[in-house]
Design a protein around this ligand. Structure first.
Ligand code: AMP
Length: 538
């Protein structure tokens, strides 16, 4: 054996921070404020404030590994927390502001959060959360310009305690930098702790040309909340490459987003399908209204309907389908066409782009069926298992949850997938969402995507409802586009083209909107509750 001659150089976020200011001091950070005006400053301003946050937190008593919670929308101060807290040796714990206050309190308590940084517009929520958990100190970011009420401290006052003389602690790359809880639609939320190393490697992998291709020339907008799986790592990668960053604040509606994309010349944005569905509808209604750059739009968190990819292509905007989880930091797979696929017929190319994609470098994927056979044929379904340097190996403080990991070291995702011979993974369902009818499986995801490909359908979600004869039968909840409506027969006929008869939903329920989870995904649990007493015709 020969020892390498390479230096032992830890992969830490502090390095990204220093590089950003050294090389890209003029890069901008733009944030939409509650009054809809834009706050802007440069990487230099950001750098100084992130370091002041680090120094002042240490002065406030923060020690290595202490959790500092954030309850914030996407904006400059959240970015300061993303980097300032780990720079001091702390752990940024992003709390999901869309959860019930009791759940937020449970999560903050479970994580042992010492301090909280919160937006002033979220103080009513904080007061409810405080019924279930205490923080040593609460620092309020004044987005409205108003000084916080007496019972809280000001974030600006905290920063003002810093002298500007600050040395990073000597961090090891495996120390914790951030923490996030799963959204908890099944069972209790579970905590995932990210190391500096995992975040840095994830930033590299997501910046690759075949992932999201981040460059210093980009203008990047995480529409996905920064409390949802690290804003998919976008703010970290953007800082690493020196890109301009644009944050939507609390305004995630299509009008405000498209306005922001146009004004700030956004070239990359990331969000769940429901965000892009809304944007596609506005663009279809008013195709001439917004003058957009060519934008790469990463979509993930839930399956993307193929028709949506086609719609955006029509507007010269590129949807990039990716897959990930809170447990996977999150980006683990992305669907890009391989070179030899350029000559495939158009329909086939769209089928591939609508799959969840191939594993990014250093993530390994396999599909395993009930007989423990590894599948790679694009047909047989199995559970998706993954491993890699930014895949969690356990849950925070939950020894009992080892059933989520295999004995040979893979994380069990709970997603049911096929993987084809080219390595493209396709999600068929969550284990719990698959519909079992007469002993055979029906994929709710395939049905809902086909329904959303109908030109008059805005949203669709399919669930299995208990049936006296067939165990379960699919029922589709459908939301029509504004001013449109079609009959049940037509919806059925639309599906008949693609599915065998026994797959077709037995009923179509027309809704004004599909219930959403805190991350903006369709919330099937709420739909199931709504439809649990469904009466089948004799
Ligand atoms: P979360 O940890 O909240 O991001 O949820 C992760 C889960 O979202 C995954 O296990 C999948 O079930 C689902 N998911 C993520 N990305 C996709 C995608 N591109 N298509 C379908 N489902 C997805």
């Amino acid at each position: 054996m020969i020892q390498s001659t390479m230096m032992d150089f830890p992969l830490t976020l502090n390095y990204l921070l220093d590089r950003a200011v050294q090389l890209f001091p003029r890069a901008e950070i733009v944030s939409r404020l509650p009054d809809r005006t834009l706050h802007r400053y440069t990487y230099v301003d950001f750098y100084q404030r992130a370091r002041k946050l680090a120094e002042s937190l240490q002065k406030a008593g923060l020690t290595r590994g202490d959790r500092v919670a954030t309850l914030m929308w996407n904006h400059y101060a959240h970015l300061e927390a993303y980097f300032g807290i780990p720079a001091a040796g702390g752990v940024t714990h992003t709390l999901n502001l869309r959860l019930h206050p009791q759940d937020i309190a449970y999560i903050a308590k479970h994580a042992g959060d010492r301090f909280l940084i919160v937006d002033d517009i979220l103080l009513p929520l904080v007061r409810e959360v405080l019924a279930g958990v205490q923080f040593e100190r609460i620092f309020v970011v004044s987005l409205t310009g108003e000084y916080p009420p007496n019972e809280f401290e000001s974030y600006e006052d905290l920063l003002a305690t810093a002298t500007g003389h600050f040395d990073y602690p000597d961090l090891a790359e495996n120390e914790a930098a951030a923490m996030c809880y799963t959204s908890g639609t099944t069972g209790r939320p579970k905590g995932v702790v990210y190391s500096h190393r995992a975040m840095v490697l994830h930033s590299f992998a997501t910046s690759l040309a075949d992932t999201f291709a981040f460059s210093q020339r980009d203008v990047v907008t995480p529409v996905v909340p920064m409390f949802h799986a690290n804003g998919w790592g976008v703010p970290y990668s953007a800082l690493m490459v020196g890109a301009k960053q644009v944050f939507p604040g609390p305004y995630l509606d299509p009008e405000n987003l498209l306005d922001l994309f146009e004004k700030e010349q956004v070239t990359f944005a990331a969000g769940v399908p429901t965000i892009w569905l809304g944007i596609a509808q506005l663009l279809e209604r008013q195709p001439q209204r917004f003058k957009l750059q060519s934008i790469r739009m990463a979509v993930g968190g839930a399956a993307v309907p193929e028709g949506l990819i086609r719609t955006f292509d029509h507007f010269n905007l590129q949807l990039i389908h990716a897959w990930g989880m809170t447990e996977t930091t999150p980006t683990a797979a992305v669907s890009r066409l391989k070179r030899h696929m350029d000559t495939l017929p158009e329909d086939e190319r769209y089928h591939i782009r609508a799959k969840q994609g191939v594993a990014v470098p250093f993530v390994e994927m396999r599909a395993v069926n009930e007989e423990e056979v590894i599948l790679w044929d694009g047909k047989k379904m199995g559970e998706l298992q993954v491993r890699g340097p930014w895949i969690t190996g356990s849950y925070y403080g939950e020894e009992a949850l080892q059933k989520n990991f295999t004995t040979d070291g893979w994380f069990r995702t709970g997603d049911v997938v096929t993987i084809d011979s080219e390595g493209y993974m396709k999600i068929v369902d969550r284990t719990k969402d698959l519909i079992k009818s007469g002993g055979e499986w029906i994929s709710s995801v395939d049905l809902e995507n086909a329904l959303m490909d109908h030109p008059d359908v805005a949203e669709a979600s399919v669930i299995g409802v208990a049936h006296p004869k067939w165990q379960e039968r699919p029922i589709a909840a459908v939301v029509f586009k504004e001013g449109r409506q079609v009959s049940e027969e037509e919806l059925r006929a639309h599906l008949t083209e693609r599915f065998s008869k026994w797959w077709l939903p037995d009923a179509f329920v027309i809704l004004a909107e599909i219930p959403r989870t805190s991350a903006g995904k369709f919330y099937k649990k709420a739909l199931r509750e709504q439809l649990q007493d469904w009466q089948w015709d004799e």
